[in-house]
Ligand binder design. Sequence first.
Ligand SMILES: Cc1cc2nc3c(=O)[nH]c(=O)nc-3n(C[C@H](O)[C@H](O)[C@H](O)COP(=O)(O)OP(=O)(O)OC[C@H]3O[C@@H](n4cnc5c(N)ncnc54)[C@H](O)[C@@H]3O)c2cc1C
Length: 544
Amino acid sequence: MTDVQTTTETSDDLTASYDAVIVGAGFAGMYMLHKLRWLGFTARVYDAAGGVGGTWYWNRYPGARCDVQSLDYSFSFDSELEQEWEWTEKFSTQPEILRYANHVADRYDLWQDMQFNTRIEAAHFDEGAGRWIVRTDQGDVVSAQHVVMAVGTLSTPKLPETPGIETYQGETYQTQKWPHEGVDFTGRRVAVIGTGSSAIQSIPLIAEQAAHLTVFQRTPNFSMPAGNRLLDADEVAERRADYPAYRQMARESFFGIPIPGEPKMAFEVSDDERDATYQAGWEAGNLVALIGAYGDILFDKAANDTAAEFIRSKIRDIVDDPEVAEDLCPTDYPVGTKRPCLDTNYYATFNRPNVRLVNLRKTPITQLTPQGIDTSEESFEFDAIVYATGFDAMTGSLVAVNVRGVGGVELKEAWSDGPMTYLGLAVSGFPNFYTVTGPQSPSVLSNMMVSIEQHVDWIADCMVYMRDNGYSTIECTPEDQLAWVEHSSELGDQTLYPLANSWYMGANVPGKPRVFLPYIGGVGPYREKCDQVAANGYEGFKLA
Ligand SMILES: Cc1cc2nc3c(=O)[nH]c(=O)nc-3n(C[C@H](O)[C@H](O)[C@H](O)COP(=O)(O)OP(=O)(O)OC[C@H]3O[C@@H](n4cnc5c(N)ncnc54)[C@H](O)[C@@H]3O)c2cc1C
């Protein structure tokens, strides 16, 4: 790739000029474009995908659906959109969410300012001009005053680091890059590697179709029944009538999903009461019902153990073979400290005669072979292997772009010991550069729709403030950035999250610094902080 700065790109090379370049056409990029255009800015969205929807464009594996309820996992910025769109299920399927994304693009006529099948390769800050020069893999070189990275937090998939992976001759699939035409596993011997959220959603459906399914598990996950069902007209009408108040509660809540009442602490109640609460949480089909049931579950190991043991007892009840049940029980990290999962028949799938669990803690994979997978004990042959092996979360897609700020410093270098941001929104040394749901913001610990809207609104307000006050650049100070990073990390250290080798900690990617990536101060308090920064004339930023 040509280096934009050293080739001294001149205005002659530029194919276009915008107020903002937005990288990514998922929900974040779409709303950012709509908002900026509405405020009178020019903007262009680029996405490597062939259409809108981001996550919901790519992840088309069987069973892919949201696990925050559809009536929460949707835009709130336009009450007409909120009132007109019909969600059919409690947890919408990927095709339905993708239809929604396309509807949003149609409704606000976003298409004309979006360019697909186009990857942003580089973005370099031209200090003289105070503007970014952005290069795509299609040969576009454009100039923009602002760059908004709406690249997604779970958008760079990773493969396992297994010897021989390239030698396997059968079909391979990645959950994140699922073929658009679907896959028919009928009569086939299938392997799934991984047992995270995507695996937990897809395994029951693949098992129904395949002749035989072998699941290779390194770390078992805590999962709860989704209780998915069709939405009934009355509950939709009720929510629609109450949407403004409900959305406000979501914005002020801890996870971006309202939980009624103030939670007690786990040992303030009797064992029976706690069990009843957990049972209700188990039946609620709500991602945060159990981990939010008591105020100390994410902070106190003993409190957490009560919730974890409750879920383990459910796994032992559901799974017939006691040895398989034990293998499926997570025991070496607290519940909630890896992304919790909701499922439909996940644990029961292991009672099927055509399904086998291989515990890689006991018998690790040694290599992939042309025919299949070798573990330390056995050789398996497969017609197809599905990689459900997760993402380089939160930072992967940001550092994949060659972003260079003041002095030509590369973002990847600046973050070599872990991401450094102010509010998870801005990076010192990178003026007019914004990260939607970036590291050190609530992001993946929240209902992402709430967090996306909050960041997009904040960025748009900031651009308006600059325009109104005649500023051309904004950059956070290194001191305020450091204070925020330290604050975020101190909060993380008060929780149980650091006890897990999770992608929240960057622990799933070899060589990635082990730091707690999201901000655990809560969606509501975090929003207050961001609003306060803006109200104080963008405290912590230098405006020029
Ligand atoms: C399977 C799955 C299920 C999920 N379920 C939920 C849920 O129930 N609730 C919830 O809150 N969150 C969920 N999430 C998180 C989900 O990612 C967010 O809710 C939301 O969709 C993120 O939107 P986004 O626009 O920020 O990013 P994305 O949807 O990830 O979109 C980012 C886009 O940027 C593009 N891009 C990245 N880098 C470049 C580049 N250099 N050049 C051009 N284009 C680029 C990508 O191609 C992608 O299309 C889920 C994630 C996954 C993977």
